[in-house]
Unconditional design. Structure first.
Ligand SMILES: [Zn+2]
Length: 251
């Protein structure tokens, strides 16, 4: 029996078990949840998905909307954040969907502004804007990942052979070589070729001998932010909203 057949045969027991394990927060037949005005009318089950997700957003730190392609997950998520009363929302999504999110948010939530941000500085600027309608800051998740800063972590010692300093063939100057901070071995790549500090800055590597990381998080303090009056603090994003998971057909 394949998975589809299994689900078909035991669907009632499976559904009962799911409801027992995950008691629903929202039952459309028993609860009435008022939806705020939206610029587009929810179709089919979208209204219930929005109500459920909004209730969940009010009760939990994270909420996941799952649905097939074309069921309107972006629309549901944007509407749910609005219905839950969030006025400042950060959207992290794949790079190719940044513009779609901005468009959908502005076509869905009355008075909302979608702003594409590419850096923390952009976010900081947005935060200082005068408060008007709901604000959705949309950022590519690849950008968000790139903001992690790191630097090589190695010791350097003078290159020595036979008790004498080795000199650079071209300049005639002695030079230093990067070494593992844990075991002290010279840092080589998998082929045994010595790596320079430049090589180590391009990619995060571990020591070939003892597996210690040859990089560390860059902890240099960022430039000090402008002082934050208490009033401003309240304008930080209300919710991080991740792009909903997509269930693949037949999965
Ligand atoms: Zn090592």
């Amino acid at each position: 029996m394949d998975l589809a057949g299994f689900i078909d045969t035991f669907r009632d027991s499976i559904a009962q078990r799911v409801v027992e394990s995950y008691p629903p927060l929202y039952r459309p037949s028993e609860q009435t949840v008022q939806l705020p005005t939206l610029l587009r009318r929810p179709l089919g089950a979208q209204a219930d998905a929005i109500r459920g997700a909004a209730l969940s957003l009010g009760a939990h730190q994270g909420t996941t909307v799952v649905g097939e392609m074309g069921t309107g997950k972006t629309f549901i998520a944007a509407s749910a954040a609005h219905a839950a009363g969030f006025r400042r929302v950060l959207v992290l999504c794949p790079p190719h969907l940044v513009r779609k999110w901005k468009r959908e948010v502005e076509e869905t939530v009355p008075g909302a502004r979608g702003a594409i941000v590419t850096s923390i500085t952009d976010l900081e600027r947005l935060r200082l804007l005068p408060r008007s309608g709901p604000l959705f800051a949309v950022m590519s998740r690849e950008r968000a990942k790139l903001s992690f800063r790191w630097q090589p972590a190695v010791n350097e010692r003078w290159a020595v052979a036979g008790g004498r300093l080795v000199r650079d063939e071209e300049t005639g100057d002695p030079f230093r070589i990067p070494c593992c901070p844990a075991c002290g071995e010279q840092v080589l790549d998998k082929e045994g070729v010595p790596l320079s500090l430049g090589d180590l800055s391009r990619r995060r590597r571990v020591c070939d001998v003892c597996n210690s990381p040859l990089w560390q998080a860059d902890t240099a303090p960022p430039p000090p932010p402008p002082p934050l009056p208490a009033r401003r603090l309240r304008e930080a994003p209300d919710a991080g909203l991740l792009r909903p998971l997509r269930r693949r057909r037949g999965a």
